[in-house]
Design a protein around this ligand. Structure first.
Ligand SMILES: *[C@@H]1O[C@H](CO)[C@@H](O)[C@H](O)[C@H]1NC(C)=O
Ligand SMILES: *[C@@H]1O[C@H](CO)[C@@H](O)[C@H](O)[C@H]1NC(C)=O
Ligand SMILES: *[C@@H]1O[C@H](CO)[C@@H](O)[C@H](O)[C@H]1NC(C)=O
Length: 859
């Protein structure tokens, strides 16, 4: 038995190594080829040669032709660059695989690379290094050509050099300093708005230490670019005026710039086939796929009411593929609803599954054919089938109308809509209305169109509601129109938001509301990602394992005001995810590149994301203030963050943290009673946090209990009458009042090293895995240890007490000095009476163990 499993493991490892070897071989060939080129380049080609050629070319061109000569040089360089494509990431394909086998393969590969293939890692090869990296021969040649053209002030050459240094196009190593220099050069040369935007972006972020962060300059360059009609820049300064970044808040400016983008967005959305463009949604939060920044169940996005709304790829829920598989199974069993859903999924597509119109059509047809025969006659009257078949008919008609996945045909579209409309299908009604409104293949008849829209709108069909609103708007009935737009806006319809924005902005039929207008314009602008956002590129880079490129791309979207991007940037920069993460335990794990180690930036983006009401980010912000990451530790601010997040009653984490700071008296008065209240609320907010909260409560009870029976100074848990409690509150209070030196006990015991980076919440995911029985035994062991300790403690206390007395005699009445305000004290100077938290289970030989078990130290 044992032998057998051992052999199995060996077999697996061997297999892994084989696969790894082959995979590495393939990729290393590219790598070697590149290396070889650069080696050969050294011998047969030098930069001087190249410069000579260029000079000669220029001389040949003569003085008059030097401008076109430079352009020619750029063409030449581009021709050389064209074949150079960046090598794919070595780990592509392994990164995304899940399950035991995938993980094994991934780490086997990592181990293999570490042990046997200790060449320069690819990351170093792509990243800027202190020593200037060698360029491959064609690349060096092209760069020399471009540099000579740039000397001639050829804008295309400067731009290309800047882009290559910034994005790493054509395998050029990234150098943000050089990129900034080039963009800046071009921006000053001809006011190119793309270059101005990039200069603004780099001033805003100080990316890679290329330049000192300067929000005023960032605003200036972005404003120039925006005036040059650069969409990203327009959005950026719209956002900056909206939230007051580097400038006072200015609603009118924000509305103005967001309107510029919204106008372009709506124009794009209205272009295309009848019914408008399909808007691709690329924005998503990386953290959400993993259950949120605090992990599954602890974060707002994956707990409480949101638990069932987590992303399709979330661990807690069925995998998207599983859903597909399940639907497929049901569909095969003849479940028409499943077949229809499959059609819908393929028609709409998602981030992980591209649209597939052919397959969608096949599913819809299957459903429709169950009800209608080829000639349109009905097979059998069945209300259930009729309804779902009509829905399918609506989709089939729509695909004919828009020419999606089949040849465009008004006639066929009409046939299908007429079939579906008999059964009162909302989509068919809307589409028929649309055809009559614009006279598509039918007589133009706005009145009839209005009737169809009305029917459809009554069934809460958003597009029809928008059209109803538009019809009323044309007639000047703003109130009714607004009502319809509001209805459609509930479904997130872009046209509805645009109309609402226009109505608010122009103050039609009501007072102008700049704030509303800006909010609506922002939604419209952000809905059309394809015209201005870098989400698609960012996602691809992230999936390829190129975290640096992904970070930069997300940052660009974040600067434009996308909350999702801000959360992503912060998440990627966040080094304090989990102290117990696997990464920190694996010795060969690559260190994060310097670009990714920037707590200041991380805090900036957590803050921006939190301001756009991301509650998890708000809690994170609190963590950064508490731990002093990227900023001086400010416990009051941390508490404010937790408090704000807790007020929404969605974040169990925030409540737990509040409980924690009250339990340990960090920045606030130590108060076990209040701490328990917060822990209880955390439990109420999120049932999934049962285990960690119960653990904290148990520990708190023990501390509180000890505090009470040792006559400690901290407000103990009072409300719940505990069987073992032998001190009433009034008794406790009277003892408290009698004590002449309430703040002076055991000061020397509290010199606790607080460099320990552990944060509340960072380690509790660990406890999710413990099951109840283990928990029970842990508690029992804990109690046993506590009792053993009590004996020891008694002796210690007596010794301490004696020493105390001696010292008090020596120092006189020093006791009062320690009294101070509870708020805003640095952790090193914590009030002596406060207890330190030694973690859940400090080791027994730890000097802090005593205090931890003991509760009220010194007495
Ligand atoms: C900026 O300059 C580059 C290179 O000349 C050009 O390709 C790009 O279109 C320019 N951008 C704008 C917005 O004019
Ligand atoms: C360089 O690459 C980036 C990112 O892939 C792309 O957006 C940009 O258009 C490229 N620039 C040029 C000049 O090809
Ligand atoms: C990046 O470019 C700057 C000049 O703009 C240069 O001084 C520096 O050495 C370059 N760094 C690398 C790693 O190539």
């Amino acid at each position: 038995m044992h032998d057998c499993s051992l052999r199995l493991v060996w077999l697996t490892i061997c297999c892994c190594l084989c696969i790894t070897l082959r995979a590495s071989n393939f990729e290393n060939k590219d790598y070697d080829a590149l290396n070889e080129q650069s080696v050969r380049g050294e011998s047969s080609f030098t930069a001087e040669d190249n410069a000579e050629i260029v000079t000669q070319l220029q001389q040949d061109g003569g003085a008059g032709g030097s401008w076109s000569q430079a352009a020619f040089t750029v063409q030449e360089a581009l021709r050389i660059l064209q074949p150079l494509q960046p090598p794919r990431s070595r780990l592509t394909g392994f990164d995304k695989s899940s399950g035991i086998l995938g993980t094994t393969l991934y780490y086997a590969k990592e181990a293999f690379v570490l042990l046997f293939m200790n060449g320069p890692p690819k990351d170093d090869y792509l990243n800027p290094r202190p020593n200037v990296p060698k360029l491959s021969k064609p690349l060096a040649q092209a760069v020399t050509l471009l540099e000579s053209a740039a000397e001639e002030k050829e804008p295309d050459a400067i731009f290309l050099l800047a882009e290559m240094n910034f994005f790493g196009n054509y395998t050029h190593p990234r150098n943000y300093t050089e990129a900034f220099r080039r963009y800046h050069e071009l921006a000053l040369l001809n006011g190119n708005s793309s270059a101005q935007h990039m200069v603004g972006f780099m001033y805003a972020t100080g990316l890679g230490g290329s330049v000192e962060r300067d929000q005023a300059k960032a605003l200036m360059y972005h404003t120039f670019a925006a005036k040059g009609d650069h969409t990203r820049a327009q959005m950026t300064i719209g956002y900056r005026h909206h939230t007051g970044l580097g400038t006072p808040r200015n609603c009118n400016e924000a509305a103005h710039w967001y309107k510029q983008v919204a106008d372009k967005a709506i124009a794009f959305s209205r272009s295309g086939p009848p019914g408008g463009q399909v808007l691709q949604e690329d924005a998503y939060k990386i953290a959400d796929e993993l259950g949120g920044v605090y992990g599954e169940g602890a974060s707002v996005v994956s707990s409480g009411v949101s638990a069932n709304r987590a992303g399709p790829n979330s661990d807690a829920h069925a995998d998207f593929d599983d859903v597909l598989e399940y639907l497929d199974l049901m569909s095969r069993k003849g479940e028409l609803k499943a077949t229809f859903s499959l059609g819908q999924l393929h028609y709409k597509g998602s981030r992980t599954m591209r649209r597939n119109l052919k397959i969608a059509r096949a599913y819809f047809m299957t459903v429709a054919r169950k009800y209608w025969q080829k000639d349109g006659s009905i097979r059998e009257e069945d209300q259930g089938i009729a309804k779902i078949a009509s829905k399918a008919a609506g989709y089939i008609g729509r695909m004919f109308l828009r020419g999606e996945g089949m040849e465009q045909s008004y006639e066929k579209a009409l046939t299908w809509f007429r079939r579906g409309v008999v059964n009162g299908d909302a989509l068919c009604q809307y589409e028929l209305g649309l055809m009559h409104l614009h006279g598509l293949g039918v007589r133009k008849d706005p009145l009839l169109a209005g009737d169809y829209f009305k029917e459809s709108a009554n069934q809460d069909f958003a597009s029809a509601q928008v059209n109803m609103g538009q019809l009323f708007l044309d007639q000047g009935d703003i109130t009714t129109a607004t009502r319809f737009f509001d209805l459609a806006a509930r479904h997130g319809h872009i046209e509805a938001f645009y109309h609402l924005a226009e109505i608010s902005n122009n103050g039609v039929g009501r007072e102008r509301s700049c704030g509303m207008a800006t909010a609506y314009y922002k939604i419209v602008a952000e809905k059309v990602e394809s015209i201005h956002s870098s989400f698609d590129e960012a996602n691809r880079a992230y999936d390829d394992g190129d975290t640096e490129a992904a970070l930069v791309m997300y940052m660009m979207a974040a600067e434009q005001g996308y909350e999702y991007a801000q959360a992503n940037v912060a998440y990627l920069l966040d080094e304090y995810k989990s102290i117990l993460s696997l990464d920190s335990l694996i010795p060969w794990k690559k260190r994060r590149s310097s670009l990714l180690r920037n707590a200041v930036l991380a805090l900036i983006y957590w803050t921006r994301s939190a301001k756009q009401s991301n509650i998890d980010s708000m809690v994170k912000m609190g963590d950064y203030y508490l731990g002093g990451y990227g900023i001086e530790a400010d416990i009051e601010k941390a508490a404010t963050c937790y408090q704000t997040a807790a007020e929404t009653h969605q974040s169990a984490q925030a409540l737990w943290n509040l409980g924690w700071i009250h339990e340990n008296g960090i920045g606030v008065e130590q108060d076990f009673h209040l701490a328990k209240r917060f822990y209880d609320q955390a439990l109420e907010t999120n049932q999934e946090s049962y285990l960690p909260v119960k653990l904290s409560l148990t520990k708190l009870r023990m501390r509180s209990f000890w505090n009470t029976i040792t006559n400690g100074k901290v407000n103990s848990i009072q409300s719940e009458p505990e069987p073992k409690k032998d001190w009433s509150f009034s008794e406790w209070l009277s003892t408290f009042l009698e004590d002449p030196h309430p703040y002076y006990h055991g000061a020397e015991d509290d010199d606790i090293d607080y460099d320990d980076p552990s944060l509340p919440g960072s380690d509790d995911s660990y406890y999710d895995e413990l099951d109840e029985s283990i928990l029970e035994s842990l508690i029992i062991v804990g109690i046993a240890a506590a009792i053993a300790f009590l004996v020891y403690y008694r002796q210690q206390r007596q010794t301490n007490h004696r020493r105390d007395l001696e010292r008090r005699q020596q120092e006189g009445g020093e006791g009062g000095a320690a009294q101070g305000n509870a708020g805003g004290i640095p952790m090193e100077q914590r009030l002596p009476r406060q207890q330190a938290d030694g973690g859940f289970f400090p080791p027994v030989d730890d000097p802090n163990f005593g205090q931890w078990v003991a509760g009220g130290v010194g007495h």
